[in-house]
Write a protein that binds this ligand. Structure first.
Ligand code: SF4
Ligand code: SF4
Length: 254
């Protein structure tokens, strides 16, 4: 399931969760990095030796929960946004969940939002208690949510629509706002491909990686359709941004 959907199974999660006793002692990092990829900034970021030295660059991180202080340095350095800090010592009934966040605008401290699980399903109300904006080269912001303690190991995102406005940028590459998308839907453009062709949404360097799901979600909401039955746009190679020099250089094709 993980390979096909990107959503870890309960068995995957069991492997990486610290004991309830450790979670109750204070903040701790939960590293939801399930595939072997050439990446190790989490290891180099940790100054407490909690993430063991990698034997090779493709190794999955191994964390010693007893050494982890929950400082959050690894969370902001992880390019995969795969690290969360959980603090179940906050109170008997509520826990704090720090999530890496790369959308704009950032939510305001003090507002209530819907907490989403790893599948993007709403599971509880959550309060935004802290917003730490990413700075410098590292633009990953950190949002701290207060959630019912029983959901601390489930809430992994928040419903960004809870604080969207018409000025919110949906397509960052082309600078298309939610208001512009809504107007196009009102004019009768009701598929991703139609909106893409008339507005260029999803045609920038990221090729719609961030905006296509938001766009589909918005069309579904405005037209009363079910997202599952709606056509996604057509994807053509290259499927990720690459340097033009790579194409120009090429390789012999046997
Ligand atoms: S939260 Fe801090 S101490 Fe824990 S693994 Fe990450 S960097 Fe290390
Ligand atoms: S930095 Fe993130 S993606 Fe990279 S190995 Fe560590 S947890 Fe995995």
């Amino acid at each position: 399931m993980l390979i096909k959907t990107g959503i870890p199974t309960n068995e995957d999660i069991k492997e990486i969760v610290p004991s309830k006793e450790r979670r109750g002692k204070g903040p701790v990092a939960i590293i939801e990095c399930f595939q072997e990829i050439p990446c190790n900034p989490c290891y180099t970021a940790c100054k407490f030796g909690a993430i063991k030295e990698f034997e090779n660059i493709n190794q999955r991180p191994i964390i010693d929960f007893q050494l982890c202080t929950g400082c959050g340095q690894c969370l902001t350095k992880c390019p995969g946004l795969a690290i969360f800090i959980i603090d179940e010592s906050y109170s008997d009934t509520e826990a704090l969940v720090q999530i890496p966040y790369e959308f704009l605008p950032l939510p305001k401290e003090g507002i209530f939002v819907t907490g989403l699980n790893r599948e993007g399903k709403p599971i509880c109300r959550a309060k935004v208690v802290k917003v730490k904006q990413g700075k410098g080269e590292n633009k990953t912001s950190v949002i701290t949510l207060k959630v019912p303690i029983e959901y601390s190991m489930e809430v992994r995102f928040l419903n960004i629509e809870d604080y969207f406005s018409d000025n919110t940028i949906i397509c960052r590459c082309e600078g298309i706002t939610l208001g512009e998308i809504k107007n196009l839907i009102k004019e009768g453009y009701e598929t991703i491909d139609e909106i893409k062709r008339i507005s260029r949404v999803g045609m920038g360097p990221c090729q719609g990686r961030t905006c296509r799901h938001l766009l589909l979600q918005e069309i579904a909401k405005e037209t009363g359709q079910n997202m599952k039955n709606m056509p996604m746009s057509t994807f053509r190679p290259p499927i990720k941004p690459i340097n033009i020099g790579i194409i120009a250089g090429g390789e012999d094709d046997e």
